[in-house]
Design a protein around this ligand. Structure first.
Ligand SMILES: C[S@@+](CC[C@H](N)C(=O)[O-])C[C@H]1O[C@@H](n2cnc3c(N)ncnc32)[C@H](O)[C@@H]1O
Length: 222
């Protein structure tokens, strides 16, 4: 976890300059729509970072809570957004059971311990509460999986595109999309709730769309 904190502490200064290029308003609208957030709901932005998603909930007459591991990311959310923000980990959420009508999580789940976090989501959601998470997917080629180091993946993808081998956006069937991590997220959540997945190539911002798709994993607590 210390590596994650170090990484996000470093990029926290410039994070907000980039995130409107990486994410899009279509993406936040889709997350809010799938979470079925209504007026007076209490909503948790899990691993809220600087509060990109929380800020989209402001003004919708909902009670916004945010939790994140990295103090410098969270400090920005606190300064910028009207909500309750806490330092904490996804695997042991600092909230009582059945606190939230909805929990949303943008581009962070792959950092977590999947099983522990799925249990905490289930515990802190109210009955009939909804959970929505996003994750990026690399449709091809499979070689990315061998490259754990992100910059190396980036270079391979760039060379792939420059060599005229476009990203296979026809692989709209989620089972064809190359993404073992998202499948692990779904499996972990599936132990607690019925889940659905939507794979989209049109929801990310201009800096991400050329190389990635977006997988949305969502479920409802029965
Ligand atoms: C890519 S950022 C996404 C931030 C935010 N959701 C957004 O949409 O901009 C990932 C965030 O996950 C947080 N994070 C990573 N592991 C975590 C954990 N185990 N518990 C809570 N937050 C965590 C990091 O501190 C970072 O702020």
């Amino acid at each position: 976890m210390n590596n994650i904190i170090q990484f996000y502490t470093k990029i926290s200064k410039t994070y907000d300059l980039m995130n409107h290029m990486v994410y899009s308003e279509r993406l936040s609208r889709k997350i809010i729509e799938l979470a079925e957030i209504k007026e007076h709901n209490t909503v948790l932005d899990l691993a809220c970072g600087t509060g990109w998603l929380s800020s989209r909930l402001e003004g919708q007459n909902v009670k916004v809570h945010g939790v994140d591991l990295t103090p410098s990311m969270l400090a920005k959310a606190k300064r910028q957004i009207n909500g309750d923000f806490l330092i904490g980990v996804a695997e042991a959420l600092p909230y009582r059971s059945e606190s939230f009508d909805a929990i949303v999580c943008n581009m962070a789940f792959s950092h977590f311990n999947y099983h522990a976090t799925a249990g905490e989501i289930y515990r802190t959601l109210k009955p009939s509460g909804r959970f929505v998470a996003t994750d990026s997917v690399d449709p091809n080629p499979g070689i990315y999986d061998a490259l754990a180091y992100y910059p190396a993946r980036f270079v391979v993808k760039l060379l792939w595109v420059l060599a005229g081998r476009p990203i296979d956006r026809s692989a709209r069937d989620e089972t064809k999309a190359f993404d073992p991590k998202s499948d692990r997220i779904r499996t972990a959540l599936g132990e607690y709730m019925e889940t659905n997945v939507e794979l989209r190539y049109d929801l990310l911002g201009p800096a991400s769309r050329w190389k990635s798709g977006c997988k949305i994993i969502y479920g409802i607590k029965q």
